[in-house]
Design a protein around this ligand. Structure first.
Ligand code: SAH
Length: 219
């Protein structure tokens, strides 16, 4: 069993990371506080212990990544979480983003298509601190029709198109944060659902995510 330790050194590095995110334009204090609280090094292989507080994405299992802290902060800020918001996250990955949202007070439902990552999270002791996060193994394009409607949907992989089923699982007035585009760069978009399934769109900066893929991978 891996032993987790959150040392003064880790805490100091984390504070520096928060200062950097502030300099880069993150202003939502709740997001910054969540990042200051969560030991990101727990979510990475122990080989990355020293690097965990660099503002970089890092590899996790099965060729996937834990998003860059700036990206996590940016998406979390765009979500404008209100206490008890029901949030559907597509792409659990390391579960770091899910924990940030839970720290801010969201009720998090998160889906991962890679069985390996889903199983790893079941064994990940730190997640016991967040008993309300609900983890699902499935295809994010399908969403979670029986658990909706959601106040917010957060997609943490590059979406080739806007998944219509996810729009229909949003409350009217609910918001979806989606990195949209098939190439190496995606546009961060915020969609607000109208009563008739159409959305109003806001366009933000460019980011680079691993692709959102159809179907599940694993038994
Ligand atoms: N939120 C994650 C980021 C992980 S990277 C974190 O904080 O670490 C994106 C993740 O999306 C990968 O784990 C990938 O397997 C997953 N993914 C890609 N397409 C998906 C889909 N259709 N449904 C669910 N998860 C998907």
């Amino acid at each position: 069993m891996r032993k987790y330790e959150d040392s003064y050194r880790h805490k100091g590095l984390r504070k520096k990371l928060v200062d950097l995110l502030r300099e880069k334009g993150i202003t939502d204090e709740r997001v910054l506080e969540a990042i200051n609280t969560i030991p990101r090094h727990y979510f990475l292989d122990s080989a990355f212990d020293e690097k965990a507080y660099e503002d970089k994405a890092f590899p996790i299992a099965v060729g996937q990544t834990i998003s860059q802290p700036y990206t996590v902060a940016y998406q979390s800020q765009l979500l404008e979480i209100r206490p008890f918001d029901k949030v559907l996250e597509i792409g659990t990955g390391s579960a770091y983003q899910a924990c940030v949202l839970a720290e801010i007070g969201a009720q998090v439902f998160t889906i991962e298509r890679q069985k390996t990552l889903f199983e790893q999270n079941k064994q990940f002791a730190h997640l016991k601190k967040y008993p309300k996060i609900k983890f699902f193994y499935g295809d994010g394009f399908e969403g979670l029709p029986t658990y909706g409607p959601f106040d917010k949907v957060l997609i943490t992989a590059a979406a080739p198109y806007i998944p219509e089923k996810l729009i229909s699982q949003l409350k009217v007035g609910g918001k979806m944060i989606i990195p949209l585009g098939e190439g190496s760069v995606q546009k961060m978009m915020r969609l607000t659902r109208n009563a008739d399934l159409t959305c109003s769109e806001e366009i933000f900066d460019d980011f680079s995510f691993v692709p959102m893929l159809e179907g599940k991978n694993g038994q």
